[in-house]
Design a protein around this ligand. Sequence first.
Ligand SMILES: C[S@@+](CC[C@H](N)C(=O)[O-])C[C@H]1O[C@@H](n2cnc3c(N)ncnc32)[C@H](O)[C@@H]1O
Ligand SMILES: [Zn+2]
Ligand SMILES: [Zn+2]
Ligand SMILES: [Zn+2]
Length: 400
Amino acid sequence: MNCRYCTIIHEHDPRYIVRRAHWDAKSDFPRCAWHWQFVCGHCGRNISFNGMAWCAKTKEFFCIHCAPRHKKVKRSFWQWRYYYALWCTTCKRYHPVLDWLEYTGKHPWQLNATARRALNGLNRNKKLKPFVYLRWAPQKFQQPSLQEVQKRWDRGAKIWDARYDKYGDAYRHVIFNPALFPIIGNVRRKLVLDAGCGTGYMSRLLVEKGAKVTGVDLSKKFIEIAKQYEKKKSSGIKYLRADLARLSQLSKSYFDMVVSVYVMCDVRDYDKAIKEIARVLKPKGRFIFLIEHPCFNWNTGGWERVPVDSERTEDCLYLKVDNYFRRGTQESQWGKLPKLLTFYRPLSDYFHSLKKHGFVVKDLVEPRPTRKALHTRPREWDSEDRVPPVVIIEAIKQQN
Ligand SMILES: C[S@@+](CC[C@H](N)C(=O)[O-])C[C@H]1O[C@@H](n2cnc3c(N)ncnc32)[C@H](O)[C@@H]1O
Ligand SMILES: [Zn+2]
Ligand SMILES: [Zn+2]
Ligand SMILES: [Zn+2]
């Protein structure tokens, strides 16, 4: 079996000698060692050679996900039209990745025969590990109890919070916040409910803008962490542990606005929750919520990428979408978080429920990554600029 990358290169340069494939040899994309994965010296993950740079100073490989920024450098070489250069925090400059280094004769294995013989830095697993981010939950969790849902959020609370700074995680910085705040607008002296507040990043940002905020979340652990922030720096936020479908502790027609960031798709009884949100809102009050985009759900496996571990944008072929009308419980796994239970339903379910409970939809926004993010980390954000990961809906409660 020949290495498929070597074969591609050979087609462009007949002098290039095709190597045998000993890695993922039985797949439809078999690889030689040079075109396999390397172990990142920073995060320890196995990353394709086309997303891995080498720092001659630290003598370490480091990956495109660990570099604080990277760029596509336009150059035609073999079949490719660019190479990635990754920012090195030690050298304070960009280092090219291994495909370009090999082309220019500066691959660490070309510079050091001992390193080459020892296959320095190579991932020793010979097969690709399948990566599943989202799948239908097993039958026994299709109708989960609220305790089961809560238990999983509770377990993940600390890891969740560790990923956040004041403005949230990378998705919130790059896609959610820049789209949400213009819709939210002026909240000075407004009474705002943060529905599914998590550890309270949005609650605190709203307070900074002059709102009086109540945060509600199902998870005891999330609320505990939110309260710890409040203890450290009091800002008058009231936190409440409750199911959004049962808000009996909150009075009728109280809030001017309800903001909910990536929650309604995680709420089991979404119709009851929307009914409760309508009840606690004043007439003409606004309900602004962001959910995973139901039209592009990943339940069929996300992007078709060939080979599946390639870091190159053009190897991300298309997003696989299917079973749009199949409502059900899904298990999603983000990094080190436990498997969380989320609830998939088509977009029209949300609209019907809003209509049923007296809302009129004013706007629907499909946010895109900021220009800055697309510029500084194209590998991460290009695909989110091809298919929108989330949708924001702004609905107005009509007179009772
Ligand atoms: C994806 S997190 C988002 C948290 C927060 N809004 C943020 O953006 O950081 C979803 C949150 O919804 C909460 N949640 C799930 N089901 C809920 C329910 N029925 N009632 C209230 N909160 C719920 C979870 O505990 C979790 O904190
Ligand atoms: Zn090869
Ligand atoms: Zn890394
Ligand atoms: Zn360096």
